[in-house]
Design a protein around this ligand. Structure first.
Ligand code: SF4
Length: 315
């Protein structure tokens, strides 16, 4: 009798962004000779096991009947929830992948991906920002978890999902791996400007990136952050289009402080990008909503130099 198992996968968030754990689970089971496929309620039939993964807590859970002996649910979407506007981490619902799956080369074919590698070189972040779950879930220290070769086999593009690679003690070795790859790199979680040094900026300047983004979330970081922004520009010489900065609003800053951060960044040659905390509870005519429309529409922001002169009715 064959021990080949029927394994079903459900990407609860949909298929807009490839789910890395599911790609690893698929690779693991395929290597064992199991039959792996997306679970489809009407067509899949009975499965031995179904894995469900959810990254975003706001995605509703899968609601259909699943014909299987066993269901394994995992991902941030199940262990992180929003309570009073803050992300809360429930350790009892966190199911880390076992090492033999965590460190396997992902099955990119699951999503039909051929030219991009996705993964993490580090996990964790020492910052512990109130609006972020990374420190609670992954630890308050950025630690190396993989070499690039673990999830990259020569693809043209690399999508790096690290929360704070510059905080890792192995940052230099890891940035060098990215430089040596000569691949086009997208650091999708951004870089921590507060940790920038001359050496780091020089190495980042050697990466093949279309753009990098930073964040200026806390107004009180002003004194430490501004020299870092200046230093990064001087070393890389990159223009505004290549360097954007997320500006968190509606969290613990005043509107004046939001405007100050935006104008300061523009003066320094960065492209600010307004993020609204808890946007769901912000009305359409709230000043931060207008500010977001003004700043994030690059054409408007470059043409109208002061927010007071922006008339949303005129566009
Ligand atoms: S620095 Fe970024 S990754 Fe780290 S806790 Fe703050 S928001 Fe999260």
């Amino acid at each position: 009798m064959s021990s080949k198992k029927k394994i079903g996968l459900i990407d609860v968030d949909g298929h807009n962004f490839p789910n890395i754990p599911l790609m690893k689970i698929s690779a693991y089971h395929k290597a064992r000779g199991d039959d792996v496929s997306w679970y489809q309620p009407l067509f899949s039939g009975h499965m031995d096991r179904v894995y469900m993964s959810k990254v975003f807590s706001f995605t509703p859970d899968y609601e259909y009947y699943i014909d299987t002996d066993e269901v394994i649910k995992g991902g941030s979407g199940y262990c992180i929830s929003l309570k009073d506007g803050k992300e809360e981490f429930d350790k009892t619902k966190d199911i880390p992948l076992p090492p033999e799956i965590e460190h396997i080369y992902p099955d990119y074919g699951l999503y039909g991906i051929t030219d991009t590698a996705y993964g993490f070189l580090t996990r964790g972040c020492p910052r512990g920002c109130d609006f972020c779950h990374v420190a609670a879930k992954e630890g308050k220290c950025s630690v190396k978890v993989a070499d690039l070769s673990e999830f990259w086999h020569g693809q043209k593009n690399i999508m790096l999902c690290d929360p704070n690679i510059l905080a890792c003690r192995d940052w230099k070795e890891l940035l060098q791996q990215l430089i040596d790859s000569k691949a086009r790199i997208n650091i999708n979680q951004g870089l921590d400007i507060r940790l920038m040094t001359e050496e780091k900026a020089e190495m980042i300047g050697k990466l093949r990136v279309e753009s990098v983004h930073f964040a200026w979330d806390k107004y009180q970081d002003k004194e430490t952050i501004l020299p870092k922004f200046r230093q990064f520009k001087e070393i890389t010489g990159w223009g505004a289009r290549k360097t954007s900065v997320y500006v968190l609003t509606n969290f613990d800053t005043t509107f004046e402080q939001d405007l100050e951060r935006i104008y300061t960044l523009r003066d320094l040659g960065y492209d600010p990008y307004v993020m609204i905390y808890d946007k769901e509870h912000t009305k359409g005519n709230d000043p931060v909503r207008l500010l977001q429309r003004y700043v994030n529409n690059r054409r408007i922001f470059r043409t109208i130099s002061r927010f007071e002169d922006y008339d949303p009715k005129k566009g």
